[in-house]
Write a new protein. Structure first.
Length: 299
């Protein structure tokens, strides 16, 4: 049974929409039909529809946050977007709706961050209060980076993230938070000049790498470990170049470093020197100096 006269919203990027016919999706011949400017597409039997949507319309839609295809009867709340995406096979039109939302997250992120200039992203645990030594260290780091005219970017939440944003604000620098929407909602901290919220972890990660010239890894949990190894992989595979990575808190990171040196190097799964620009330190000044040397090409 084919789909006919289905509305394709102007904000959606459903460049190829298969038509169900016979026993399942995509069976039968494939042809292409133009979509009129009013967004209505008449779906011929056994055809695919290509929705030709202008870039200007997409950019405008990202500001308006109008509903996407079918979003008025949205399947999942925003906090469960990643879970819904990863749970397995779905109706193709549902997946195309999600793809359009992902694209719009990229558009909004690029528009919000394209003019930040040199920026350093600071990762770390959300569980430290302001009296913890790592909170104080992150706050001092944020202040020093701001004094050196770097914008400070974090995950936008409490703990180390709040501390780094707070220090950047105190240093009269630009303080940015890229929050992730979770089932247990993580509220943005109060020290942000720009605050973005993302449904999808992978979109958020791209924004954090794309608009940063370096990462500082404060003590943290699984999320921080995820960022460490993904960024190291990008450097190792030369997807990003001259990207300084600083791990602060020698005592905290030493067991992980011992595993890398004593196990991974010994077994040949990694080699010393594969990742350049990596530093472990407890000194804010040393961390900031290292970032500047690598970014400016002298280290």
């Amino acid at each position: 049974m084919g789909f006919c006269a289905r509305r394709v919203h102007s904000a959606a990027v459903a460049s190829v929409v298969p038509v169900s016919h016979g026993s399942g999706w995509g069976s039968g011949d494939e042809r292409v039909a133009d979509v009129p400017s009013n967004g209505e597409a008449i779906c011929p039997t056994n055809r695919r529809i290509r929705a030709r949507v202008g870039v200007r319309e997409l950019l405008n839609a990202s500001d308006r946050r109008e509903p996407f295809m079918g979003e008025s009867e949205r399947i999942e709340p925003r906090s469960l977007a990643d879970e819904a995406l990863l749970r397995g096979s779905d109706d193709l039109l549902v997946d195309f709706d999600r793809a359009s939302r992902m694209f719009q997250e990229f558009v909004r992120g690029c528009r919000a961050l394209h003019d930040v200039g040199l920026a350093v992203t600071v990762f770390g645990s959300a569980r430290f209060d302001e009296n913890h030594r790592y909170y104080r260290l992150a706050r001092e780091l944020g202040r020093e980076l701001a004094h050196r005219r770097y914008a400070v970017v974090t995950g936008g939440g409490p703990g180390v993230m709040e501390a780094a944003n707070r220090g950047a604000r105190e240093g009269r620098g630009l303080s940015i938070g890229c929050n992730i929407i979770l089932p247990r909602e993580q509220k943005p901290n109060p020290y942000l000049d720009r605050s973005l919220s993302f449904d999808y972890f992978f979109v958020r990660k791209v924004m954090l790498v794309k608009y940063s010239v370096g990462f500082v890894l404060m003590p943290g949990g699984f999320g921080t470990l995820d960022e460490i190894f993904e960024t190291v992989t990008l450097v190792r595979t030369e997807k990003i170049r001259r990207f300084p990575i600083v791990a602060m808190g020698k005592d905290y990171w030493q067991p992980l470093l011992d595993f890398v040196w004593d196990t991974m190097f010994r077994e040949g799964t990694a080699e010393e020197g594969e990742v350049s620009g990596f530093l472990v330190t407890d000194s804010v000044i040393e961390a900031a100096d290292h970032i500047e040397r690598v970014v400016r090409g002298s280290g």
